[in-house]
Design a protein around this ligand. Structure first.
Ligand code: GLA
Length: 726
C-alpha cells in the first residue's frame, strides 16, 4: 500500500518511490495540506503556524480563536465563502448566493487506481496503484465532494480528480471547479508554462511567481496552441539536473485554467482545472459532476527527472492500445505534396514512390471526400469523392495494400462547412448563436458534439468510410476554436463546452472499440490539442504544422517537458520549408523528425534527386534501428535550443545499454570553439562504444562531455549511437 492513514494524528501519507504527499484532518475537520516533496517518514504538522492576522477572518466554529483562519492555512480543496480570499478551487452558487464550507466526513483507501466515467484517466494494474477517496461535505448546501487521489509509486505520480454530488433537496450551481490545488507553505518559485501559436507551439516560459496571481488558460473550447494545459512550479534555483519542482497536467482537451499565486504570507498556491468562463453547471438533487483528472508529479532532482516521471506515466498509464508499445509505421503524407489537389493517379504514384523509398504507409490527407478541392467546402460530407479518386476508397485502399503498404486517411469529424450537404440538411447541428451570423474559422463551423444525435450520425458516416476503405491509420484533425457556444437542445448553455468534450471522448472511445488495431493520430492544426486527454484515445499527436527542423527544435524541446517522444508526430518535409522558407540539410531534418515516434515524410518524392532518394532510404534504415530506443527510452534535454547554439538531446534505454545522442547547430562561425555536450543518464562506471569500436568512458562523457564536430555549412547535425561495453 502506498497510502496510510494515521488514526491518532489524522494524517494521510501518500508515498511514491521518491516522494511523499502529506495532509491532515485538523481540529475543525478542514483537510489541510502539509507537505509534498522528498520521501519522508513522520509527522510534518509542525509546519503549520497559527497567528492572529488582521483582515483574515475566522471560520464560525473557531469561535474567538483569532489565530485560526483559512486565509493563512494550506488547504487541499479551498472553497469560496469561508474566509480564504485567495484563488478558490470550488465556488458554488445557491440562488445566486456564493457560500460553501467543506468539512471532512470520512475516507476510503482502495487497491488499484480509480477510473472516471466518460472521461480519460490514468490507468494502472492493482499492484501499480492505490486510491484514496476523501469525502467532504457541506451540509447546508447539501453537497458531498469526493477528493480522489491515485498514487502510482513507480512513476512518482499522484493523480487527482473531484466528484461532486448533490445529496440535498435544493439545486446549486457549480460556478468554478478546479481539479487540483497545491498550497506550498515555504519557498520561492518560478512558474514554467508552455505558450505558443499555430505553427509554434509549446515555447517554454519561466517567470518568478510574485505577489500576484498568474493565470494560463484556454477560452477556446480546446486545450489550444496558445497555452498547453501543463504547468510546473520550480524553486527559483531549480535546474534541469537539480532542485525541487512540481508539475500539474490536465487530462482534458477542452478549455482550462491554471493559476499560480504568492499570497501575503509568501505561501504559493498552484491550481489546475476547468475554465470558469462559459461554465456553470446546474446540479439538481441527486446529480453528480466529475472533474477531468490532473496528473501531478514532484522531483527533488530537477526538471529532467520531473519530465521523465511524466513521460513514463503518459507512455504506460495514459496511452492505450496495441500501438502504445509498438514501433509505428514510417509514413508518407500527401498534404505538403499535393494539398487537396490530387486524383487517383497522383495518389497511386505517391504510393509507388513511398514503396520505392521503403516506407510503410501512405496517408491520404485532406481532400478525398465530398466537394473538397480547397478548405472552403465539404466538411461533414463523409462520403468518398469517387470522381476524384477514380473509384471507391475500398478500391484505392486495396491497390495500396497490394503494393505492400498500409493505408491511412485524414478526417475532421467535429466540423462542418456551410457549403456541404450536411449543413444544408441540418443547419441546427452547427453551433451558432440564434439571431446572429456565425463566427467562422477556416471558413468552417463546429458541430454540436454535446448532442447525441449529432454524434451518432457522424459516427455512422465515418465508420462507413473506414469499413469500406480498409483503413489502417486515421488522422483526426480539428481546425478551429469554438466561438459560438450554443446548443439548440440545451436550456443551460453553461454546460455545452464540457458536454462537447464528453461527446468527443465518447466518439473516440467508440472508434477505439470498433477499430482496436487502427492507429489514430490526433491533430489540431498541428499541436492545438496536444494534451493527455487526447492521448488516452490517440497514442500519437501531430506535434505542429511547422515542419521546419530549426523551429521544430524549440517546439519539440518545449513539448518534451510534459510529453514523451513516443507520442510526438514529426515529419521530414521539402526545402525551402513551406512554412518559413528555411533551407536545412536532409540529414538534419531526419535527425530532428526521428526524435518523435510518429515519424514520416511530408513531401513529393517524385521531385527529389536520386541522391536524395538514396539518402532517404538510408535515413529510414537508421530510423528503424533507433525507433525502439526512442519509443521506450528515457529522454534527456542536454541543452536549451533557445539559448544555446547547439541543441542537443539524448535517449538512453531503460537498462542503460544503448544511447543515442543528437545535436543540431543553429549557428555557424569561422574558427569557432568546440562545443562539448555533457551526457546524462549513463551507467557512470561503464565504457560505451561507437559502431566503429571507438571507446568512451561514461564518467568522462558526463563530466567533460562529447565534442560535437565542427562542420562547415548551416544547420549541420551530429548523431551518434553508443552501446555499453560488456
Ligand atoms: C491541418 C493539419 C494539416 C493538414 C491540414 C488539412 O492544418 O494540421 O496537417 O492535415 O489540416 O486541411
Amino acid at each position: 500500500m502506498a497510502i496510510f492513514y494515521h488514526e491518532d494524528s489524522k494524517i494521510f501519507d501518500l508515498h511514491t518511490d521518491h516522494t511523499t504527499y502529506q495532509m491532515q484532518v485538523d481540529r475543525h475537520r478542514i483537510l489541510v495540506h502539509l507537505y509534498y516533496g522528498r520521501k519522508i517518514q513522520g509527522d510534518t504538522s509542525f509546519l503549520l503556524q497559527y497567528y492572529d492576522r488582521g483582515f483574515s477572518a475566522n471560520v464560525s466554529d473557531a469561535g474567538n480563536d483569532r489565530t485560526y483562519s483559512l486565509d493563512c492555512l494550506p488547504q487541499e480543496y479551498p472553497c469560496s465563502g469561508t474566509g480564504d480570499f485567495r484563488s478558490p478551487a470550488l465556488r458554488i452558487l445557491q440562488d445566486t448566493v456564493d457560500s460553501c464550507d467543506l468539512r471532512y466526513v470520512s475516507h476510503e483507501i482502495r487497491k488499484g487506481k480509480y477510473s472516471l466515467k466518460g472521461l480519460p484517466a490514468v490507468y494502472a494494474s492493482e499492484d501499480e496503484a492505490d486510491t484514496l477517496d476523501v469525502i467532504l461535505e457541506d451540509r447546508v448546501a447539501g453537497m458531498r465532494v469526493h477528493l480522489l487521489y491515485g498514487v502510482l509509486p513507480q512513476v512518482d505520480v499522484i493523480t487527482r480528480s473531484v466528484i461532486i454530488e448533490n445529496i440535498g433537496t435544493e439545486w446549486f450551481e457549480l460556478d468554478r471547479v478546479m481539479t487540483a490545488n497545491l498550497d506550498l507553505m515555504s519557498g520561492h518559485y518560478d512558474l514554467l508554462t508552455f505558450y505558443g501559436r499555430h505553427g509554434m507551439e509549446r515555447n517554454l516560459s519561466r517567470n518568478e511567481v510574485s505577489h500576484s496571481s498568474q493565470m494560463i488558460c484556454s477560452r477556446r473550447g480546446m486545450s489550444s496552441h496558445q497555452q498547453n494545459p501543463m504547468m510546473i512550479l520550480a524553486r527559483r534555483d531549480t535546474t534541469e539536473t537539480a532542485g525541487l519542482c512540481y508539475s500539474m497536467q490536465f487530462v482534458y482537451s477542452g478549455g482550462f485554467m491554471g493559476v499560480a499565486e504568492k499570497d501575503q504570507f509568501n505561501m504559493t498556491r498552484m491550481q489546475l482545472g476547468l475554465m470558469e468562463e462559459k461554465f456553470s453547471y446546474p446540479m439538481k438533487p441527486g446529480s453528480t459532476f466529475v472533474t477531468p483528472e490532473v496528473i501531478m508529479s514532484c522531483s527533488t532532482a530537477g526538471l529532467g527527472v520531473l519530465s521523465r516521471n511524466i513521460h513514463r506515466c503518459i507512455r504506460r498509464h495514459v496511452c492505450r492500445g496495441p500501438w502504445r508499445d509498438k514501433v509505428r509505421p514510417v509514413l508518407l503524407n500527401s498534404w505538403e505534396a499535393f494539398y487537396a489537389d490530387f486524383d487517383s493517379e497522383k495518389v497511386l504514384e505517391l504510393a509507388r514512390q513511398a514503396k520505392d523509398l521503403d516506407m510503410d504507409m501512405l496517408v491520404l490527407d485532406d481532400g478525398w471526400f465530398g466537394k473538397r478541392d480547397d478548405d472552403n467546402s465539404g466538411l461533414g460530407d463523409w462520403y468518398v469523392n469517387e470522381k476524384k479518386l477514380g473509384g471507391t476508397l475500398g478500391e484505392l485502399g486495396r491497390k495500396i495494400h497490394e503494393m505492400g503498404l498500409l493505408f491511412g486517411i485524414w478526417v475532421e469529424p467535429e466540423m462542418v462547412n456551410e457549403d456541404s450537404d450536411l449543413y444544408r440538411q441540418h443547419p441546427d447541428w452547427a453551433m451558432t448563436i440564434p439571431g446572429r451570423g456565425p463566427v467562422r474559422g477556416r471558413n468552417q463551423l463546429v458541430l454540436d458534439f454535446s448532442r447525441k444525435d449529432v454524434l451518432d450520425e457522424i459516427f455512422e458516416r465515418i465508420c462507413r468510410v473506414l469499413d469500406e476503405g480498409q483503413v489502417d491509420y486515421l488522422k483526426w484533425d480539428y481546425n478551429r476554436s469554438i466561438t459560438d457556444v450554443y446548443s439548440a437542445v440545451q436550456s443551460n448553455q453553461g454546460v455545452v463546452l464540457y458536454d462537447y468534450i464528453l461527446g468527443l471522448y465518447d466518439f473516440l472511445e467508440r472508434l477505439n472499440q470498433r477499430y482496436p488495431d487502427m492507429l489514430i493520430e490526433g491533430c489540431s492544426g498541428g499541436g492545438g490539442r496536444f494534451d493527455a486527454g487526447m492521448l488516452y484515445y490517440t497514442p500519437q499527436i501531430w506535434c505542429s504544422d511547422n515542419t521546419d527542423a530549426i523551429d521544430r527544435l524549440r517546439i519539440q524541446y518545449g513539448t518534451s517537458f510534459g510529453y514523451p517522444a513516443s507520442v510526438v508526430g514529426a515529419h521530414v518535409s521539402a526545402v525551402p520549408n513551406e512554412q518559413c522558407g528555411r533551407v536545412t540539410p536532409l540529414k538534419t531534418r531526419g535527425v530532428v523528425a526521428m526524435s518523435g515516434s510518429g515519424f514520416g515524410y511530408e513531401l513529393n518524392p517524385a521531385v527529389l534527386s536520386d541522391e536524395e532518394k538514396q539518402e532517404i532510404r538510408e535515413q529510414i534504415r537508421e530510423v528503424r534501428r533507433f525507433a525502439p530506443l526512442i519509443l521506450n527510452g528515457d529522454q534527456y534535454r542536454l541543452t536549451n535550443p533557445v539559448k544555446d547554439y547547439v541543441s542537443a538531446w539524448m535517449f538512453v534505454s531503460q537498462d542503460k545499454s544503448e544511447v543515442l545522442v543528437s545535436a543540431v547547430a543553429s549557428e555557424v562561425h569561422f574558427n569557432q570553439p568546440v562545443s562539448y555536450v555533457r551526457l546524462m543518464g549513463l551507467d557512470p562506471e561503464a565504457v560505451y562504444c561507437r559502431d566503429d569500436g571507438r571507446e568512451y568512458p561514461a564518467g568522462a562523457l558526463m563530466e567533460a562531455g562529447l565534442p560535437v564536430p565542427l562542420e562547415k555549412g548551416e544547420y549541420r547535425c551530429y548523431q551518434t549511437y553508443l552501446k555499453k561495453k560488456q
